[in-house]
Design a protein around this ligand. Structure first.
Ligand code: NAD
Length: 312
């Protein structure tokens, strides 16, 4: 049977996710937004490409009608506002918290068995909102950030060395923000650590560019934030789940003691399969890496505490 994927938010990220899902023939797509006409128009336009792209996946748009999302296997949450120049992801907290709360109530009501992939920012904090409202098991809630941040790091390494991106593996852990933790020790070119090829100064420069990767795009676009690479990353997660690939990728996952972190969503390597997050992979971090991860987790904790205060 064909899978059903609901994408909430028909903006830049959501619509591009919908298109990628259909073009990869992963399943039928329901695209939901609060706006009238936008989800319907974008969905129909993308659906009309089906005879050219040669896929048989429906893409249907709806305005706040979650009845259409019933029995979705996966719900991808992209609803909310995006960054403008000068804003950090954390500046989106108050607005997006309310939006993701409302979306989560609908997911709980209409798609109680679904796996939820969160994209809205601030990413790790929004995963907490979904968990608080839906009370879904931790295996079925995850945030997209690590795959995107790692892809940026991988691209910058491949550009630096003039080698194929296919040869580059890299790992970025931590919260999706300025404190994210790129790990050069676990980043390789055909299995050889990048530290064998690139000087420390240059690695530091690539790490800095990775940390500021989102802001670099916002700086160019001015009216919004990145969406081509983010949509590709979210779809990689959906594909790993739908095809039960047992793929190991960095995602924001709810930690209960792993890496010494308790009760927080933070980016770590996980195994993705049909059950969602089937395993949290614990890699041996050295003292400096561990302390950076802890700093990043503290930044997520501050946002979670801010949300508690906002709710009163
Ligand atoms: P966008 O403004 O293009 O689209 C957001 C859409 O959400 C809009 O169409 C809006 O009408 C809709 N929306 C608002 N409230 C809604 C609600 N209650 N229900 C349903 N839809 C609602 O923004 P975008 O560029 O698509 O980005 C979406 C979100 O994803 C932002 O919060 C952005 O910061 C985040 N993002 C995260 C990552 C990541 O790595 N995790 C990467 C890129 C973007």
């Amino acid at each position: 049977m064909k899978a059903k994927i609901t994408v909430v938010g028909a903006g830049n990220v959501g619509a591009t996710i919908a298109m990628r899902i259909a073009e990869k023939e992963l399943g039928d797509v329901i695209l939901i937004d609060v706006l009238d006409g936008i989800p319907q128009g974008k969905a129909l336009d993308m659906y009309e490409a089906a005879p050219i792209e040669m896929h048989d996946c429906a893409i249907l748009g709806y305005t706040s009608d979650y009845e259409a999302s019933k029995e979705s296997d996966i719900v991808i949450v992209t609803a909310g506002v995006a960054r403008k120049p000068g804003m950090s992801r954390d500046d989106l907290l108050t607005t997006n918290m309310k939006i993701v709360e409302e979306v989560s109530e609908n997911i709980k009501r209409h798609c109680p068995e679904s796996i939820v992939i969160v994209v809205s920012n601030p990413l790790d904090a929004m995963c907490h909102v979904v968990k608080d409202v839906t009370d879904f098991p931790k295996q079925r809630i995850m945030g997209m950030a690590g795959i995107l941040d790692s892809a940026r790091f991988r691209l910058f390494i491949s550009m630096e060395l003039n080698v194929s991106v296919e040869n580059i593996q890299a790992l970025v852990l931590g919260g999706h923000g300025d404190t994210m933790v790129p790990l050069p020790r676990f980043s390789t070119v055909s299995g050889i650590p990048i530290t064998e090829f690139i000087s420390k100064d240059r690695i530091d420069a690539l790490i800095d560019r990775t940390r500021k990767g989102g802001a670099e795009i916002v700086g160019y676009l001015k009216t919004g934030s990145a969406y081509y690479a983010p949509s590709a990353a979210a779809v990689e997660m959906a594909e790993a789940i739908l095809k039960d690939k047992k793929k190991i990728v960095p995602c924001s996952a709810y930690l209960e003691g792993e890496y010494g972190i308790e009760g927080l969503f933070v980016g770590v390597p996980v195994k993705l399969g049909k059950g969602g997050i089937e395993e949290i992979i614990q890699i041996p971090l050295n003292e400096e890496e561990m302390s950076e991860l802890k700093k990043s987790a503290d930044a997520v904790k501050r946002l979670v505490d801010d949300m508690k205060r906002l709710k009163g």
